[in-house]
Design a protein around this ligand. Structure first.
Ligand SMILES: N=C(N)NCCCC(=O)O
Ligand SMILES: [Zn+2]
Ligand SMILES: [Zn+2]
Length: 317
């Protein structure tokens, strides 16, 4: 195998110089083929509160300049065992949510020909629906592990079906999720009513609340999740607002009492060896960020997701 083209060498070109691709990786058009692609979706027309996640991909890329090539907790050099590349941004229509969803769906299919795995940087949570459609077309109905303060299984907002609060209800209705293996982690905060939870349970979701993570600890949570997921194809969706506002102020719909970035990274690392087939990190809105707190958290989460995928790619080489 030809060795992968890795990131720019930070001992030669300082980290703060040059273009900000994710982790300073090559662009997709600079490599023959990629095992893993990181792509952005600058879209926030589906939000119910503060806008700004359209600037998320650029912010996460900038905040990823300090990532280093070896992941000690997972014992993997992700960019050495797999060809990882930055696929740039999927340019979507900001005025027509239906058209944007179609574009993301088509682009996700295009980027995952030939077994390539996709990690997407949002963008608001609306984009997970077309990403899941593409994942299900490749793998059949997928298990979903959803980290979020919010259920995002609501029905409509102002009569609109496709919003950042509704992607997983639509996905269940479309039959693209494996309803035996659906989990939310980090749920907290006020709801519209008890029916929100009843509907969610009817769709098949299990809930690990933010308080459960604190009380039970990451190891116990990982154990429960792994049991539920088994060897099914798994999609991981991370809404950055799953983190406490102290750990991720740069987002649109904050809720107090969230997880720490340490807890979330610990849980992700506990997923090593599962059949992860795709992932997203969404809802980063840089206008409300301070000192790159949110950007760095998102960059590290994306790095861990890439590392999990790289571990699997290494196994199959
Ligand atoms: N941040 C996401 N994805 N969803 C939040 C929806 C909250 C609401 O407006 O009720
Ligand atoms: Zn959320
Ligand atoms: Zn969400």
């Amino acid at each position: 195998m030809v060795p992968p083209i890795g990131p720019v060498d930070s001992a030669v070109v300082p980290r703060y110089a040059g273009p900000a691709t994710f982790a300073r990786l090559p662009r997709l058009d600079e490599v023959d083929r990629a095992d893993i692609v990181v792509a952005g979706v600058p879209f926030d027309s589906g939000v119910s509160y503060r806008p700004g996640a359209r600037f998320g991909p650029d912010h996460i890329r900038t905040s990823s300049r300090l990532l280093r090539p070896y992941h000690p907790a997972l014992d993997v050099s992700p960019f050495a065992v797999a060809q990882v590349a930055d696929g740039g941004d999927i340019a979507v229509n900001p005025y027509d949510i239906g058209a944007a969803i179609e574009t993301v769906h088509a682009a996700a299919l295009d980027l995952t020909t030939d077994g390539t795995r996709l990690v997407t940087l949002g963008g608001d949570h609306t984009i997970s629906l077309p990403l899941l459609r593409a994942a299900a077309e490749r793998h059949g109905p997928v298990a979903l592990l959803h980290f979020d303060a919010h259920l995002d299984t609501w029905d409509t907002y102002f009569g609109a079906d496709y919003t950042h609060g509704t992607p997983f209800r639509r996905a269940v209705e479309e039959g693209i999720l494996d309803t035996e293996a659906l989990s939310h982690v980090g749920i907290r905060g006020p709801l519209y009513g008890k029916k929100d939870l009843e509907d969610d349970r009817r769709f098949g979701f299990g809930i690990v609340t933010s308080a459960d993570v604190y009380r039970q600890g990451s190891d116990e949570v990982v154990h429960r999740l792994r049991d539920r997921i088994g060897d099914r194809p798994l999609y991981v969706s991370i809404d950055i607002d799953v983190l406490d506002p102290a750990h991720a102020p740069g987002t649109g719909t904050l809720e107090a009492g969230g997880m720490t970035s340490r807890e979330l990274l610990e849980i992700l690392r506990g997923l090593a060896g599962l059949n992860l087939i795709g992932a997203d990190v969404v809802e980063v809105a840089p206008a409300y960020d301070h000192a790159e707190i949110t950007g760095v958290a998102a960059a590290h989460l994306a790095y861990d997701l890439v590392s999990l995928l790289a571990l699997n790619a290494e196994e199959t080489c």
